[in-house]
Design a protein around this ligand. Structure first.
Ligand SMILES: Cc1cc2nc3c(=O)[nH]c(=O)nc-3n(C[C@H](O)[C@H](O)[C@H](O)COP(=O)(O)OP(=O)(O)OC[C@H]3O[C@@H](n4cnc5c(N)ncnc54)[C@H](O)[C@@H]3O)c2cc1C
Length: 278
């Protein structure tokens, strides 16, 4: 690690240019990256580009009919923000469950998404809120829906020199829930997690996404359509929606949990989430 160059750029442009160099990585809170470096996952790493102090990344702001959450916002910042709590409760709840207090003070939402773990807790919430990812690189900016961003565990559509600048969410009041199961009630990586967001614009809309049940976070379209076409959210409707997500989940067994447990818990978490929302 001692031969790794540490760069502290003063602008996003400089950060993108530094990240064009082979084997240079962005570092924000460092809560994923430092652990991976210590575990020897980057034997050829040549440089770290510290994006944590770049001001435009650390704010939550409104822009016409959208809310823009900077990628450098920490979990605690998001969990405590009144606008996020009022409009996007699934995301506020997800952020509030990440690690413990010290981790939430340094872990950023951009790092959680760029790390691309199928268990990343803010990702299902961002799926349900139909977030767009705002990306900046040396050749300008682009925006892609979060559902299209992930390729496989740890792999995303970010190109060399690109940084996640933020997340754009429609300024629309939603109701939402986020639930997760881990080895302990807190400070544990999810064996499975689940986000649900719902809103009404004359019609009921549901978005459901779950993590740790497939190589990337999974949106549950069939259950969403079933709920949207149901006249009421009674026990029978909830039970059928729970069966559907259980069938949708495609988990594997690994050191954190088994395939059978995850499949069963997918249904249990959706049932609990919908009961909390009705
Ligand atoms: C003890 C502990 C407990 C944890 N508990 C949880 C948990 O409960 N739930 C959970 O989801 N995670 C958990 N994590 C993982 C971690 O805290 C989160 O994933 C965190 O959000 C990562 O953010 P960071 O700012 O620390 O990212 P970093 O570690 O700084 O970066 C992670 C990766 O993202 C890249 N990156 C960072 N920011 C950007 C950006 N803006 N644009 C492009 N690439 C970027 C980096 O190059 C790196 O590859 C835990 C970690 C620890 C150590």
């Amino acid at each position: 690690m001692s031969n790794v160059e540490f760069i502290k750029p003063t602008s996003l442009q400089d950060a993108c240019e530094a990240l064009m160099k082979p084997d240079y990585l962005a570092i924000a809170g460092g809560s994923d990256l430092i652990v991976k470096m210590r575990n020897g996952m980057y034997p050829n790493l040549k440089g770290l580009v510290d994006i944590s102090g770049l001001p435009p990344l650390n704010t939550i702001r409104t822009d016409e009919n959208a809310v823009i959450i900077g990628s450098g916002c920490t979990m605690n910042q998001i969990a405590k923000d009144q606008l996020i709590k009022d409009y996007f409760p699934a995301l506020a709840k997800a952020a509030s469950t990440v690690g413990a207090l010290q981790i939430r003070n340094s872990a950023t939402i951009g790092g959680n998404v760029a790390n691309a773990s199928p268990a990343g807790d803010t990702i299902p919430a961002l799926f349900t809120l139909v977030a767009d990812i705002m990306i900046i690189g040396c050749n300008g900016r682009r925006q892609i829906p979060i559902v299209e961003f992930f390729l496989s565990p740890g792999k995303t559509k970010l190109a060399p020199g690109e940084i996640i600048e933020g997340f754009k969410l429609l300024l629309r009041k939603t109701r939402g829930e986020f639930l997760k199961l881990g080895e302990r009630r807190a400070h544990a990586i999810s064996k499975i997690n689940m986000a649900v967001s719902t809103w009404n614009d004359g019609k009921n809309h549901y978005r459901i996404a779950m993590g740790s049940v497939a190589p990337t976070v999974l949106r549950c379209r069939e259950a969403e359509e079933y709920l949207e076409s149901s006249e009421q959210l009674d026990d029978n409707t909830i039970a059928r929606a729970a069966e559907i997500v259980s069938e949708t989940a495609k988990p594997i067994s690994d050191l954190r949990s088994t395939k059978a447990y995850r499949k069963q818990m997918a249904g249990v978490l959706l049932k609990r989430a919908l009961q909390n929302l009705r």
